[in-house]
Write a new protein. Structure first.
Lengths: 361, 361
């Protein structure tokens, strides 16, 4: 019996999401190197293996260590943290390790302190303004490629970018416009350097673009991650439908307030995360879906989490729902941001009753 | 050496925060039953024991199990989750367990399924509109007290409230106004029922009120929690100074952007949490403090986290800071909400170099 907040994984939906992205990559002749920071689980990773996936992406060296038990080709899609040089050296002995660089300082540090060989990608800023070099700054980019090339320990693998600005989009059309510019920036730089480095590739990220766009001309590899589960944020962006969401947090009802048309659930910021959406001018932290068997079905109209404390969720509910619900029953919450919810919950219960463990540093 | 995001605990500041609250409680003749959901650590709990604390508050039955190793009087300040009746029965055998009730259904369920004895508080809504009964609804309150009294397994301990609406205050004056109303509501109900139940107590919560208010007439017990560490949210509320904050997240710098006057740190939403403050119309997720020895000092003007992804923090920095910082160096981030940051980090490094473990469900 479920006694406290529990993250339920709908295996059928999850596998369908994986298969769809695998087919899409095949159709466009792209290598799919899925980002595993969303599910963080060896068991879910095996579902990708069954679909023929060979290389993966992670967001930390710790996560790379965890997945190196079963994966031998891992890209850490985060600017190299040179303080973890010992972990890098340990990992580089066991697997093909691909790291991101974006400064001469980091490249020189790696060249000096590496004990084995690794591959590096130069991170480009495709408009997200988080990390990466300006694609227009070809002088600096060339200086980095030369410094990498001069190192006997570093292999220059190409350029990598993440069009994270798609998260501000609110329709397929907007995603396609953002994608078009971001992709062009990545492909142009890669093409410009290809005469000198014929084997380099262009690696492109973000779930919204990879979910809805069809123009990947010039791209060699894609690295979406969130699509494995999707979430309410991806629905709002226009990247999926709510029925594609493959995880829901089952939460016990602990308090009912008829006067305010609210119920309080055991399920708070330490379970769902404080990531939020704005809809009709108000914040929301999750939406309720209809319970069906050991899983869930469609969204229940008019039922969403309006605020979260550490352990409490305050849910605005419809009159019908208020009439039916009793203290001690379970509600199923679709998360705003499944990556953050999964990271907090550290385990899944499948609709078949199996417990799936995750990376737990 | 610190290689990745690490939560540093300044033992001196933390112990000073504890001592100050202990003295305040003594001065007002209040029992201090500190909320341990902030630090979630047996080791930090021992610093409270050294100050004479005997009973504690937690926010979940799991946390109660963890602390029951060293504490024998625990209040779970969360509406009883009847699905965890087995855990309740196990705990009730070992410790004095105090639970919160706010419905006849929960009371009847407990009476039927308990195998031992527990104490219950009736949760009152002191204006926070999260959980609890309306203090004006004396008919319903009396019905609950009678149902509790009729049970041989339940001891009625009194009324408990949490003036969480102080979190919307922005000055000491505002906190005092909110506190005055909230406290009166709690005390009035307790007094009204005392002729019938002479041994009941009133238990009052929230760090802002307990930090700055001086009128606790009629209150028997206080349950602040966050004060053990404080954080930027408490500074904004007006409950503490930034130099009272006893935890900071040490984060490696991984990327520097002179054009945008920004640096990117290894330290994201899975370390700090997505809790945010709004200052001058913009969101912020943490502020940098001056590194001093193995700890930190004053806030650095003009340096704050402007956005967080899963592992990245984007920090707006001052011109001076930008000039001095190098990739691979550490910055010290004061958290917006220390409870959420501690819950994510699951361990502390003291400024003395000791690692302190936490509840890890």
């Amino acid at each position: 019996m479920i006694t406290k907040p529990t993250l339920i994984l709908d295996q059928q939906k999850c596998r369908a999401n994986i298969r769809k992205m695998v087919l899409k990559a095949e159709m466009h002749g792209l290598k799919l190197r899925p980002h595993f920071k969303t599910h963080q689980s060896l068991a879910v990773g095996r579902w990708f293996k069954e679909e023929g996936i060979q290389g993966i992406t992670v967001s930390s060296l710790g996560m790379a260590q965890y997945f190196s038990e079963e994966w031998s080709d891992i890209t850490v899609a985060f600017p190299v943290n040179i303080r973890e040089i010992n972990t890098i050296n340990t990992l580089a002995k066991r697997i093909n390790l691909n790291l991101l660089v974006e400064s001469l300082e980091s490249i020189r540090f790696l060249d000096k302190h590496l004990t084995g060989n690794i591959s590096v990608f130069i991170k480009l800023n495709l408009g997200n303004d988080r990390t990466g070099l300006d694609p227009k700054n070809l002088d600096l980019i060339e200086k980095l490629t030369e410094t990498i090339d001069a190192s006997s320990k570093l292999k220059f693998s190409g350029f990598l970018g993440h069009a994270g600005q798609t998260y501000k989009c609110r329709s397929e059309k907007e995603i396609k416009e953002v994608h078009s510019l971001a992709k062009a920036a990545l492909v142009d730089v890669t093409e410009a350097l290809r005469s000198r480095f014929p084997d380099i590739i262009s690696s492109y990220g973000d779930t919204p673009s990879c979910s809805v766009c069809d123009d990947f001309e010039g791209v060699d590899e894609i690295r979406p991650g969130n699509f494995v589960f999707y979430d309410l944020m991806q629905v709002q962006i226009g990247a999926c439908e709510s029925n594609d969401i493959a995880v829901a947090l089952a939460c016990p009802v602990v308090s009912i307030h008829h006067d305010r048309k609210e119920v309080v659930i055991y399920g708070g910021g330490i379970h769902l995360s404080k990531d939020r959406l704005t809809e009709n001018g108000a914040d929301l932290f999750g939406k309720l879906a209809e319970p069906i068997g050991s899983g869930w079905g469609d969204l229940i109209p008019g039922c969403h989490i309006k605020s979260l404390s550490q352990e409490h969720g305050v849910v605005s509910v419809s009159t019908k729902m208020l009439k039916d619900l009793k203290v001690g029953e379970l509600v199923y919450v679709l998360p705003v941001h499944s990556c953050m919810t999964a990271n907090l919950m550290k385990a899944y219960l499948t609709d078949g009753g199996d417990i799936i463990t995750m990376f737990n540093p």
